[in-house]
Design a protein around this ligand. Structure first.
Ligand code: HEC
Length: 103
């Protein structure tokens, strides 16, 4: 029973992985403030900030949702939550697509 539940809870994310994910061109336009820390292409400007260049788009989207939902916590997570407060799911997908597409 437990195993079946775990399997079912993984299904939505597997389905999502096959969908085209966001619009990278729009994502670039929607992320002007992010570059101060994450760099224009997602290579961090400071070693205490994460590189997001070339990261999986779905992972980036989920991490940003986690900040918005409060599932990631801590002073820097609070800061990131504030950074993302004006962005909706489509914005996050576009931004995820942009940084993911950087090589
Ligand atoms: C003031 C610096 C700063 C700004 C501006 C900033 N970030 Fe962040 N970002 C961070 C830091 C620090 C973390 C790690 C926070 C933590 O979880 O402890 C982070 C984490 C992230 C992560 C998760 C990375 C991972 O590997 O899990 C993503 C995605 C992200 N930021 C995207 C963005 C986007 C998109 C914007 C613009 C809307 C933005 N950030 C603006 C500093 C910044």
């Amino acid at each position: 029973m437990m195993r079946a539940l775990i399997f079912l809870s993984l299904l939505p994310s597997i389905a999502l992985a096959n969908e085209p994910f966001g619009d990278a061109e729009l994502g670039k336009v929607k992320s002007p403030s992010c570059i101060f820390c994450h760099g224009v292409d997602g290579a961090a400007t400071n070693p205490s900030y994460p590189n997001i260049k070339g990261q999986n788009a779905q992972y980036l989207f989920q991490s940003m949702k986690d900040y918005q939902n409060g599932n990631r916590q801590g002073p820097l997570a609070e800061m990131m939550k504030a950074q993302l407060s004006r962005l909706n799911d489509d914005d996050l997908k576009d931004i995820a697509a942009y940084f993911s597409s950087q090589q």
